[in-house]
Design a protein around this ligand. Sequence first.
Ligand code: SAH
Length: 253
Amino acid sequence: MMNLSSTMKAYGCRYCVSPLKQLLHTTNHHLRFRPRSPPLFSSSFNNLKLPNFNLLLTYNSLFFTTEHLWGRSGMNTNKKMVEHLQQYGVISSEKVARVMETIDRALFVPDRTPAYADCPQEIGYNATISAPHMHATCLQLLEEKLQPGMHALDVGSGTGYLTACFAMMVGPQGRAIGVEHIPELVASSITNIEKSAAAPLLKKGSLSMHVGDGREGWPECAPYDAIHVGAAAPEMPQALLDQLKPGGRMVIP
Ligand code: SAH
């Protein structure tokens, strides 16, 4: 049963929208989710009436410009990447900035990849690690539901970067679960996390990575305060709604 007090946020992919949509996206609308809304997706983004769900429209116009500059600039440290996200107003939360400084993105991307450029990077198996501004945006949207001791689920965990950030935010008393359907990516995400500041949490068990179909969520550690979905869903997965706590929050494209 859908929980009316839960909030849901969908984010548009700036690599898929038209320039007009990019312009409109800068207005950053927030609309409330209501049950029985139409499927979240391209049709919704295309007509832009969007009456029925809580939608985050990201800062596409701004990043359309900045990502190109970043790719060529000397963006060579994790700290600089975070500082730029702060300068451009993507990160306003100190906590999110600290977490993104602590989890070095370079540990999560393949060798010889420009780790700190603000664009998605290929990680094999037809998958990508999301752009830094996307990670930052998701962390900020979910921050309230990533307090120490809370439970977070990262569906489509890929490299494990965002799951590691979640784990740092909810701390050793919380739970951060990553679910990814490609076993090789789950294995490499564990290797990545083991090199990162989140390694002790993985060892202790408050952070865990699993092979599975993310549409089913991960019922063993439900209900969740925060659910992030990193892959597009043609319709709202009911299992994920069922695993969201009253007052919980889901971010889903
Ligand atoms: N957020 C991650 C990866 C984003 S790409 C990161 O930034 O590193 C989306 C990921 O979702 C891919 O790794 C893809 O393999 C995974 N995925 C797609 N469909 C899935 C499903 N049904 N269940 C679990 N994972 C899925």
